[in-house]
Design a protein around this ligand. Sequence first.
Ligand SMILES: Cc1cc2nc3c(=O)[nH]c(=O)nc-3n(C[C@H](O)[C@H](O)[C@H](O)COP(=O)(O)OP(=O)(O)OC[C@H]3O[C@@H](n4cnc5c(N)ncnc54)[C@H](O)[C@@H]3O)c2cc1C
Length: 74
Amino acid sequence: MIQKFSLVGEKEVTRAIVTEFTAQFAEYVDCDCIVIGGGPSGVMAGRNLARAGKKFSSSNEITTLEVDSGSVAT
Ligand SMILES: Cc1cc2nc3c(=O)[nH]c(=O)nc-3n(C[C@H](O)[C@H](O)[C@H](O)COP(=O)(O)OP(=O)(O)OC[C@H]3O[C@@H](n4cnc5c(N)ncnc54)[C@H](O)[C@@H]3O)c2cc1C
């Protein structure tokens, strides 16, 4: 039988998520702009910033912080 996924445990998955998030977070500590609010206005602001090649972070409500770059679909 063809095995499509590697056999990994929860520890490896958790480690990968934390490592990736930390690296992204560290990278986006320094950005051009912060978009507060992920409603239509915030999404459009993010899209326009991405199109302009700006590096930005976005947050929605108080508890979440995401990082984005020019990868937003245009
Ligand atoms: C019941 C209802 C029905 C509607 N129906 C329609 C419709 O059919 N068609 C239409 O075109 N429009 C409709 N609207 C209007 C439409 O929803 C708004 O015009 C639109 O959502 C405004 O977008 P916005 O991005 O400015 O604000 P919001 O959509 O309000 O986005 C603001 C975002 O900021 C976040 N936020 C708030 N405070 C903070 C903070 N301190 N830190 C971080 N994030 C924060 C919120 O969680 C939210 O996600 C409707 C509105 C309502 C209430």
